[in-house]
Ligand binder design. Sequence first.
Ligand SMILES: [Zn+2]
Length: 308
Amino acid sequence: MLPQSTASVAPPHSHAPWLPSAALGIVAALIAALGCRQIATVPAWNAALLETAALTAPMPWSTSEGLPDRTVIQAGQLVIHADFPLAGQHRLIRDLETLRADVSQQLALPISDEPVHLYLFEEPARYDAFAARQFPNFPVRRAFFVETDTTLSVFAAWQDRIAEDLRHETTHGYVHAVVPTLPLWLDEGIAEYFELPRGAQGVHREHVAHIAGRLLEGTCRIDMERLESLQSAGELSQDHYAEAWCWVHWLLHTTPARRRVLQDYLTDLRRDGQTAPLSARLAHYEGPPATCAAAVRAHVEALSAADD
Ligand SMILES: [Zn+2]
């Protein structure tokens, strides 16, 4: 069970980049208000690696050494700090700038000028040491996003999957710059969707295969209300991430009306964080939850069949 926080915490939103074998016995620290830490113990079977935290305290790392500062590049909304020479025209940076427009267009969200700071460590050992020092209770992971009252920051080690990791974490930054509070599951579903290279059309093969496997087993559960009930990153399993991605893909890639439901929901969330949940809106347009779930299941089956 997750311990209850006694502090008034900003809702923790978190993510699991898929490191298939890496996440046994994780203890995730979700930093809460005023430096308090809310600790969530993740079961050993949970393959999720948490990499996002909501902070309401000032940047705890602001006076600390160890932040990359050799190269600083402004790229649109991004301020990239690297501890190695990094060309301003690096393909990865252009990719992240394009992502800003993609997120805005697909989700019908305005573009913000609020800076998103990316801290890139060339040596994984330096990144690990920094993360261990500044976020001692965080699980080991390749990248993570941290939101405070005043800053949006991404920390990452420069490694083989850096492009995917930065697309995922930077998506959190772009979205949170304009929608500061959104449901945990949707936050991750959107980031999983946009972490893919542009040509992938948002089709996350790992998630498709995972859900297809669950369908074969007869253990697949598609239930947005269940996702909406998740309050803590520690509750998120690979099933949840795969399903969250699947809902986002279904909403964006099946009919204009469904795309509009998601876009309208995000627009309303910007104005009122307590607006009616997405599941209730979908029920209005699509009918009972079971009908909606069947449509999502059919969608992922079609994607899976296309892979065969
Ligand atoms: Zn995430």
